[in-house]
Design a protein around this ligand. Structure first.
Ligand code: SF4
Length: 282
């Protein structure tokens, strides 16, 4: 069972103006694992940090919850504080009762109730946390971009310009995406092709970029820095002389356009050559 300390910050009147900080620290006292709960005006100040360190030592705390501002502001501050008092820094959780609570509520009872809920969630998390040790893992320095529209093209160019190899996977036979179908772009009414085509050429000519067009990602395994991706590449072309089709064929037009454009061309060629009597598009 953890021994958790809860520290509710006033942030002057930033939090205390809308949240009853004393009520919050009182309510969190009764949560599972909590052995100490208090509130203080400026928890990130030296005096506030000393209060945390003293409580860790005095109450033999194994984890702490700080109800304060966004973790982006002071998570590191409180992790270092806890570490210097002998607690694993990853046993620190922040309940953001400022940005997510006092700054967005005018009504004190509502703000206070929400702060208590956020505090309870943070306490529950510390109860489930285990001490962590930072480590290092080798990272494969290459990237996969799924989708060869303008966003995918620009992303691939940016990554390649940063010096890393990139693969683009695009389901259609060509990159370019929707932008290639547009005439002008909003709001400047610039010619879409004038923006897109130089980038398509850049991508095609960039030695660090490989394009897998008419392909799709069928499986992704692994984790950040060590992904294992399976790419299914469709046939690059159709050999019409050995392509056998029925004499009368019915085609769901949109499906063929989308999925099998190369077959459609082959069918049409066979019809022109008199090899197919009748194609019905549905
Ligand atoms: S810890 Fe955050 S909420 Fe508390 S006083 Fe410092 S800045 Fe304000």
């Amino acid at each position: 069972m953890q021994r958790i300390g809860v520290f509710v910050c006033w942030c002057g009147s930033n939090i205390a103006g809308t949240v009853d900080v004393k009520a919050v620290s009182e309510a969190l006292k009764n949560e599972p694992g909590v052995v100490f709960s208090t509130n203080y005006q400026y928890m990130c100040s030296q005096a506030g940090q000393n209060l945390i360190k003293d409580a860790i030592k005095e109450h033999h705390l194994t984890g702490i919850v700080v109800c304060s501002c966004s973790p982006r502001m002071h998570e590191n501050t409180f992790r270092k504080t806890a570490q210097s008092a002998g607690i694993n820094p990853y046993m620190v959780e922040i309940a953001n009762v400022r940005e997510q609570c006092s700054w967005v509520h005018k009504d004190m009872p509502v703000g206070t109730e929400k702060a208590i809920i956020l505090g309870k969630a943070a306490v529950a998390k510390v109860n489930l946390n285990t001490p962590l040790t930072p480590g290092e893992s080798p990272v494969t320095k290459r990237a996969l971009v799924i989708g060869g529209g303008i966003a995918g093209i620009q992303t691939a160019l940016d990554i390649a310009d940063a010096g890393f190899p990139v693969d683009i996977v695009e389901t259609k036979p060509t990159i370019g995406g929707k932008m290639a179908q547009l005439d002008k772009t909003f709001p400047t009414l610039d010619c879409a092709a004038c923006i897109l085509t130089p980038k398509m050429v850049d991508v095609a000519q960039n030695e660090k970029i490989r394009i897998f067009s008419y392909s799709e990602v069928t499986d992704v395994k692994g984790f950040v820095g060590n992904f294992d991706v399976t790419i299914k590449r469709r046939a690059r072309y159709v050999k019409e002389d050995i392509c056998i089709v029925s004499n009368n064929i019915h085609i769901i037009n949109s499906t063929l356009d989308l999925l099998y454009p190369l077959y459609k061309v082959a069918f049409l060629n066979k019809q022109v050559n008199g090899q197919i009597n009748n194609i019905t598009y549905i």
